[in-house]
Design a protein around this ligand. Sequence first.
Ligand SMILES: Cc1cc2nc3c(=O)[nH]c(=O)nc-3n(C[C@H](O)[C@H](O)[C@H](O)COP(=O)(O)OP(=O)(O)OC[C@H]3O[C@@H](n4cnc5c(N)ncnc54)[C@H](O)[C@@H]3O)c2cc1C
Length: 413
Amino acid sequence: MNDAYDIIVVGAGIVGVSTALHLQQRGRRVLLLDKQEPGRETSFGNSGNIESSYVLPFTPPAFSKIPGILLGNSASARMSYPSGLKFIPWVCDFYLKSRTETRIKNGHALRPLIAPSVEEHKKLMQGTDAAKYFHTTGRVKIHRSQASFQSAALERDVAREEGVPFEVLGVEAFREREPHIRPVFYKAVCWTGSARLSDPGAVVVLYAGKFTAAGGTFKADPVKAVAKAAGGWHVQCAGQGYAANDVVVCAGPWSPTLLKPLGYNPPLGLKRGYHRHFTAAEGKLSHNITDADAGYVMSPMEQGIRIATGAEFASLDAPANDVQISQVLPHARELFPLGEAVEKQSWMGSRPCFTDSLPAIGMVKGQKGLWVNIGHGHSGLTIGPSSGRLIAEMMTGDKPFCDPTPYSPMRFV
Ligand SMILES: Cc1cc2nc3c(=O)[nH]c(=O)nc-3n(C[C@H](O)[C@H](O)[C@H](O)COP(=O)(O)OP(=O)(O)OC[C@H]3O[C@@H](n4cnc5c(N)ncnc54)[C@H](O)[C@@H]3O)c2cc1C
């Protein structure tokens, strides 16, 4: 019945575009839909880390920071009122799942997607100009005190066990690599296997271009509803309707809106984040630097030096409040000689997160042909290409390159 397309992919962020490319490479006729041009949302504004060295899920701030989160004076996380209050049960579950044993277990479960992330990006880059945005000077975490360095010992212990490379450098040794960083820190942990993209949004656009150049169809048309139809699925857009045998929802933080009417309500939390670019008043920066104590990431991007914030608990449509940018800026200026802001306003996006920090990849039970690839949290830019490969292998009957069980979309029900 579906003459034009075998599969419809909804959402053209890094996850949807990677999914569409991998399905196409396996001979499927794919329609990729987005409400706008590819790579304009969360996949545009992140810190650009391809964190192949990530061994433990992101943790919530220490309990002692909870008053600051609630009162809005903690830069690393902030509760927005009133819309963030609905996330309190989600946040409690996130704290529960951040106990050491569970964290190690979930970190281990995520490794099969994380470990090949640099290589999976390189494969998608072939035949595109994306390599010009790819840099091997990846993630560095700076600690401003010995206590802060000690508090992250678990991450380094697990990395050693897993054979993930890193170097611990003192102030002067790191300043040989980054001469314009000021000596306001105690140690720099360089995750030498990680990489970075200096324009993640542009890279998604180039991946989408590779898909259309190879005969794939992309349409910018907002999806209004997904429904079962005879022999497959019907996707109703604002402009027109499309039919296919299978549908994959990759709509990032918007996914529950499309899935709830189909009886699948994934418990997706949102951690909004902001970024703003600044000129370098002096010198340049070559690595992405996470300031572990001040709660921001500083990344050299094509547009300037991007300062990106931690989490804001707020609904998708709550008004933007970039106070976290103002809170971290003095710390960022102390670390690196930032100049003027490039834009008048900060960018805002939403990380789509499950409390176990694992994505949901697979078919929705009882809904043959309805697939999801969602919930990539803090690591979607990193694992988008590998999760796109995994779901394409599952959908086409190829042997999955890793065990998809930990990512089952049905683990919540
Ligand atoms: C401040 C910040 C920093 C981050 N830093 C990093 C980092 O350094 N490294 C890393 O790996 N990850 C990072 N992340 C996380 C990463 O950006 C996300 O996990 C990833 O972009 C999610 O990709 P996605 O494709 O699922 O979502 P999105 O990029 O949001 O894509 C979803 C798409 O669905 C479309 N859509 C939604 N609804 C509809 C509809 N009804 N019809 C049609 N289309 C629709 C949207 O337009 C959008 O294009 C960061 C996130 C933030 C906010």
